[in-house]
Design a binder for this molecule. Sequence first.
Ligand code: 0RA
Length: 635
Amino acid sequence: MESPLNGYSASDIQVLEGLEAVRKRPSMYIGSTSPKGLHHLVFEIVDNSIDEAVGGFCNHIQAIIHTDNSVSVCDNGRGIPVDIHPQMGIPALEVIMTTLHSGGKFGGSGYNISGGLHGVGLSVVNALSLSMEITVKRDGYVYRQRYQTGQPIGKVEQCGMTDETGTEIHFLPDPDIFEITVFEKEIIEQRLRELSFLNKGLRITLLDEREEDAKIKDFHYDNGLKDFVTYINKKKEVINEIPIYFESQKDDVIVNVVMQYNNGYNESLYSYANNIRTQEGGTHEIGFKNGLTRVINDFARRNNFLKESDANLSGEDIREGIVAIISVLVKDPQFEGQTKTKLGNSFIRTIVESSVFESVEDYLNENPVIAKKILDKAISARRAREAARKARELTRRKSALESTSLPGKLADCSSKEAHLCELYIVEGDSAGGSAKQGRDRNYQAILPLRGKILNVQKARLDRVLASEEIKALITAIGTGIDEDFDIKKARYHKLFIMTDADVDGSHIRILLLTFFYRYMRQLIEEGYVYIAQPPLYGLKRGNEINYFHKEEDMNQFLSESNKKWTLQRYKGLGEMDAEQLWDTTMDPDKRTILQVNIDDAIRADEIFSDLMGENVQARKDFIQANAVYVTNLDI
Ligand code: 0RA
């Protein structure tokens, strides 16, 4: 079939056309020519070495970002074959570098497990590189070949002897193709770390030669996914110190799963197919969820955690606080979805589901203490969800039937223009009373909350939701909660949490923030939530008072004043009268306020779980940190 034509063979022409197509439409092959596409090139090259590692032929991959923003990736695998390809009549190496989708054809057993998202082949990287140099060590020799924009600029050359094996690829992305050709170390680093977690025992190193004093970063995890989950949970209080881990193989599918519960409320699932993060989930993730829900319910029934009349625990309840990593290796992965990050092979679902069921069942039977903790957590998650549902229904019913019925305790403002209105959520009826008298009733509303009811030590979030106080708060704010939440219905665009400067006050503030974070998060995201900052000290002389939030500021003032002052310490809001409260804390011209951001809320949520959880040390730390306020508290 191959007839020479001006020195080119038919297959050469095909090759050139192939790579030209990649240069014409790069986005079809690598998604985009943005920085994301640029980094894809590195991942594509690394993935080829990873395949070699998955096959068991390589245990070290080195990546270097050079000063000119070229990158080299070097592995100690078998080396890309260089022998003449029987059909093409050129070295296999050259075929791999110049033909689209040629990788798999040369496969030994390991090579078939190749990624879908990247998996476009070395030829695509070659086509999009200004220059590329491949060095192969195998069969006792070093071989080298160079390319420019995908074209070989010489034959594969034998250049020396070696007793090592491996492949080194050095490439410089083409600035005519990419918007930017500067690599971001962090992006590469993150993926390399992830890959080393996913491939236990594999060592991946990264050197960024653009940095002064560049140091080699070394990623190497002997416990693979177990180390991954520990890394994700490193700042959390965990329920099962030793992660639940299992590995199984069925019909050429290898399944690795690890899970560890923390005492938080989030669900973190990371799923991978052939080392590619499946952001959109897929059959392996569904299999995991089904298997886990079934096995936990099954165990709960057999061990009387659930009564006969109880409904099953939902998957969401069971996954509260879980960090799980599901990694599958599949011969022929089908990637679907918007971003091709959803695993489609349907047989994977049953394989993962049954292995999760069997392994977790064994684990629960062997670890009854941890099993109980996991079940207790799921059951309290359900209780919280139930309470949220009831509270939701209640607010829903209220707004349907009697839309104007605001809570009796609320002293509303007269303006109905939400963007001008402020709600002060005040700890205690007596401070509430002063605030009512002191406020500007045109635009300031007051809702007193009885602190004791809310005391975090005694009330879990589900019970808090059921409390009259919180129901009143929900109705006053007007947005509804959770799924019903609608920020457009907010009756105030500023919400001030005003609590005493003592441990109880801190508890209540944390509880309210946690409540907003978990049920009305957008209020925080949109910057509606503030902390009111009443002063802690007053220096009084006759009719004159100077207020201070900080002791240093007061001492500074005293050192500069040669008069005699009487010190007033405000431990509770109740110690200030209406006028003082207005002057110091509510008058927009004079008050000091603190806008709450999402990080504050996340921190509050963490402290809340610490206070509620079994972390006695955290509870002690909290009290210690707030010890200035503690007079005689028994916790
Ligand atoms: C095809 C066949 C063989 C290895 C490879 C490709 C290979 C490709 C890359 C890309 C980066 N590093 C690599 N290492 C190996 C197997 C050849 C044999 O049977 O010895």
